[in-house]
Design a binder for this molecule. Structure first.
Ligand SMILES: [Zn+2]
Length: 335
């Protein structure tokens, strides 16, 4: 395979050289100077899906959990934009207009006192397709789910809580307390609210019961503004769901916002903060929350993580026209 490739590129070089009118002796020299193609790839097919950075004394690890494609993002995805507007935004961002990947990335923070998972992922493939790479990537990152001491849940959509339990309803985090927004619990634990939820989200009531019941004795509810761990404060970010919450993390002089689904893909929803996704329970409130919180993050020049940004799903925003521009974080070694 590689030998064939090598020969082919030598031929390509030959005809290019001929086209340039180069003489034969030079041509032979340049072909001989081609390095031999390696017999096998130099390592694994891809780097493992984790990305690590320091935040004061804390260590943050972003762990990829795969993605699911949206077959036709132009129709029925953004409630208050025309297909032409969505198509233009996708094209400008070099994103596909069919099978748009929705990526999942879970934030883990080692505070020195314990490991906090911010949401639980999609459950190792339980949501099908190319979801569920979290367990393998966690192993690669050296994080044992049994070492997780807290799961801080942003909201109860399936891609955020299904990973609390296996397909057989066994707990995935045997030593963790599960902290959930009180407002989120109040809504999704009461099926009489089903008339207030979009039809496509009605399964969230049953999934909430299924994923949280095994943790009943270890489940805690938090309020807006509550410090759930030293240096970790919950903040209401309602709209996407009735109790959707984000987290403000500080260590030393450094700060980080864990933004969950306040915005999905930045090229759509930060560029156009008024766009309402089909997943928003209250789109107008979600827009207000997005503008307010990302405005603060931009003005503070604060770092943040998100759940549905392109991996590794963290960085900065600046104000840009009517919206915001995303600036992906730099890769750095930790030494
Ligand atoms: Zn989500």
């Amino acid at each position: 395979m590689h030998a064939v490739f090598g020969r082919r590129s030598a031929f390509a070089g030959l005809s290019a050289a001929a086209a340039l009118g180069l003489g034969l002796p030079m041509l032979i020299r340049s072909a001989a100077a081609q390095p031999a193609a390696p017999a096998a790839p130099p390592g694994p097919a891809q780097a493992p899906g984790f990305f690590r950075f320091k935040l004061g004394d804390f260590t943050v690890t972003m762990v990829h959990d795969g993605f699911s494609p949206r077959p036709n993002p132009l129709e029925g995805f953004i409630r208050n934009a025309t297909p032409a507007d969505v198509e233009q935004a996708l094209r400008e961002a070099m994103l596909p207009t069919q099978n748009l990947p929705n990526p999942f990335t879970v934030t883990f923070i080692d505070t020195g006192r314990g490991i906090i998972a911010f949401d639980a992922g999609t459950g190792g493939g339980q949501l099908g397709g190319r979801t569920g790479t979290l367990p393998a990537n966690l192993r690669a990152a050296g994080i044992d789910p049994a070492a997780v001491t807290m799961v801080a849940v942003s909201h109860f959509h399936a891609d955020h809580i299904t990973g609390l339990t296996t397909a057989d309803n066994a707990v995935v985090f045997p030593n963790a307390e599960i902290w959930v927004p009180a407002a989120e619990w109040a809504f999704w634990s009461d099926e009489s609210n089903s008339g207030r939820a979009p039809e496509a989200q009605r399964g969230t009531f049953a999934n909430t019961r299924r994923r949280l019941t095994p943790y009943q004795a270890r489940m805690r509810q938090f309020q807006d503004g509550q410090e759930i761990a030293a240096g970790v404060r919950a903040m209401a970010a309602y709209g996407h769901t009735p109790g959707h919450s984000v987290f403000y993390v500080t260590s030393g002089a450094e700060q980080l916002f864990v933004m969950a689904d306040t915005s999905s893909r930045p090229d759509l929803f930060l560029r156009n903060p008024h766009w309402q996704s089909v997943f928003d329970v209250d789109g107008a409130m979600a827009t207000e929350t997005r503008r307010r919180l990302f405005g603060r993050i931009a003005d503070d020049r604060a770092r943040f993580t998100a759940y549905h940004f392109n991996f590794p799903s963290n960085g900065y925003v600046s104000r840009w026209g009517e919206g915001f521009r995303f600036h992906a974080a730099e890769w750095m070694s930790l030494e």
